[in-house]
Design a protein around this ligand. Structure first.
Ligand code: APR
Length: 262
């Protein structure tokens, strides 16, 4: 069990590692957005405890209308169409960038909350895409998600392209789909080159995203993990903090800020 003193000591240790490091990479998963009201996937009550991930492969999405109906329902329920806001964890991560102590954010999330909290878009690598766009798989026409949200709100359960009636797909990576090549390569390079890799709110079980901490360790970086629950990398972490990202990241960034501005 982690005592308050242990927690404070670990928060100070992560902040001190950030201050000592030249290239800090923050890696995030769905756990960094749950305090914004977006459910994660594998916690109790998470998306994959209510839906079967096997229904959400790109093959199923293309081959079955019922899979497309479920997919749009998950995206609607996942709070990705609602008015979600960044939480203190997102703002604390963005502040590290403004303090000059963040090389980049590598995220598995598609909610755009790092950018909305203030991280520069060119320093956010979205391995699984971004829910801002919906694309027609037939003619390539792109729609802002808000337009499709209006259709869903009016009760349309499977939206189609208005231009060609083709299948519309959120511009995110489905199971069975390759990750965006350039984004993945950039994330691998930044992971290999960093000297501190901080994983926040990820179960670190889905590859190739979950290879990033391994690349960082191979490159000689220190690993810090902030998470509720265990991950397969805990034994290789130099610092592991059990707890909520929105409660742990702000004091880390505050300590960094105080020491830099002292
Ligand atoms: N603070 C810290 N950790 C949290 C919080 C929180 N507020 N809320 C949840 N967590 C933890 C959960 O306990 C879990 O260990 O965050 C982790 C989230 O893990 P997953 O739900 O597996 O999400 P993620 O790691 O992002 O999944 C990776 O799987 O289904 C695919 O494409 C999907 O990008 C996703 C990928």
């Amino acid at each position: 069990m982690q005592t308050d003193n242990d927690l404070q000591a670990k928060i100070d240790a992560v902040a001190d590692e950030i201050l000592r490091s030249e290239r800090v990479v923050v890696f995030t998963g769905a756990g960094v957005s749950t305090e914004s009201g977006i459910p994660d996937f594998r916690s109790p009550g998470g998306i994959w405890t209510r839906f079967d991930p096997d229904d959400f492969t790109i093959q199923k999405f293309l081959s079955s209308e019922s899979s497309r109906r479920k997919q749009w329902q998950v995206l609607r329920e996942g709070g990705l169409f609602g008015t979600v806001e960044p939480n203190p964890a997102h703002y604390a991560i963005a502040k590290l960038e403004s303090l000059g102590k963040l090389d980049c954010v590598i995220t598995q999330n598609i909610d755009n909350l790092h950018q909305r909290a203030g991280n520069s878009p060119d320093r956010v690598f979205e391995l699984h895409g971004n829910m801002q766009w919906v694309v027609c798989l037939n003619c390539g026409k792109r729609y802002e998600t808000g337009e499709i949200m209006e259709l869903l709100k009016k009760g349309v359960d499977i939206p189609h392209c208005e231009a060609c009636k083709g299948i519309l797909k959120p511009d995110v990576v489905f199971f069975g789909e390759p990750l965006p090549f350039q984004t993945l390569n950039a994330a691998i390079e930044h992971s290999k080159q960093c000297d501190l890799f901080i994983s926040i709110g990820s179960s670190l079980v889905v590859t190739p995203a979950a290879y990033m901490p391994a690349y960082a360790l191979e490159g000689g970086a220190k690993l810090a993990i902030i998470n509720i629950g265990d991950t397969p990398f805990d034994s290789r972490a130099h610092i592991r903090i059990e707890g909520k990202a929105g409660e742990i990241m702000p004091p880390i960034t505050e300590r960094v800020s105080r020491r830099l501005c002292a």
